[in-house]
Design a binder for this molecule. Structure first.
Ligand code: ATP
Ligand code: MG
Length: 180
């Protein structure tokens, strides 16, 4: 499994359609301060279901929508699509390529899609449990996160090990079953 493509439109500084294609291996994104490097990482976390505006460096959820510039009108919606090569079928879905997408309008209306079909946020979370990829996964290590992991509470650190051990989905199912 590897990240193949990120598409964004109207998301943060990406007013125009932005497409980044990746190959297996290492790739770096470089650019001057304020050019949008961190916005790329925010786009990935957002499409994976990040619900906290603060962790996306905004005040409210609409802050991810391109706010306009002096000579450019604001956008009405933000869109991000993430395409993953799933030819090794690490994701439990019967497709060799999986595209997760999310769109949010200024009105607050929003939608999630898996391969073009509308889905619930829960479906996105479930698809990525135990893969390390989800919004809480360790595949995205933000600034200051190493510090938080080292100095965090044991329970928080435990969540990381649970994900790596592949037992999150069982724990979640047990929680749901216990509530019934
Ligand atoms: P650094 O090297 O300083 O970390 P960076 O390349 O990571 O910089 P980002 O933080 O990704 O830069 O981008 C910040 C830019 O994104 C700012 O110029 C900010 O104005 C712009 N930006 C953020 N949200 C929006 C939005 N909703 N609409 C328009 N522009 C936005
Ligand atoms: Mg940055």
């Amino acid at each position: 499994m590897y990240l193949k493509k990120i598409e964004a439109q109207g998301f943060k500084s990406f007013a125009n359609k932005m497409v980044l294609e990746f190959n297996p291996g290492i790739m770096g994104i470089v650019g001057p301060n304020g050019s949008g490097k961190s916005n790329v990482a925010d786009a990935v976390r957002w499409v994976l279901g990040e619900q906290s505006a603060k962790s996306l460096r905004g005040n409210n959820m609409q802050d991810v929508i391109f706010a306009g510039t002096e000579n450019r009108k604001p956008q009405g919606y933000a869109y991000v699509g993430l395409t993953i090569d799933n030819s090794d079928h690490m994701l439990a879905i019967d497709f060799d390529e999986v595209t997760i997408s999310r769109r949010v309008y200024r009105s607050g209306e929003s939608e999630y899609l898996i391969n073009g079909g509308a889905c619930r946020l829960k479906d996105i979370y479930e698809l990525f449990y135990d893969t390390g990829v989800g919004k809480e996964g360790y595949s995205i290590i933000g600034q200051g996160q190493i510090d938080r992991i080292l100095s965090g509470k044991p329970e928080e650190r435990r969540e990381l090990f649970d994900e790596a051990a592949g037992i999150v989905k069982f724990k979640k199912r047990r929680q749901v079953a216990a509530k019934k």
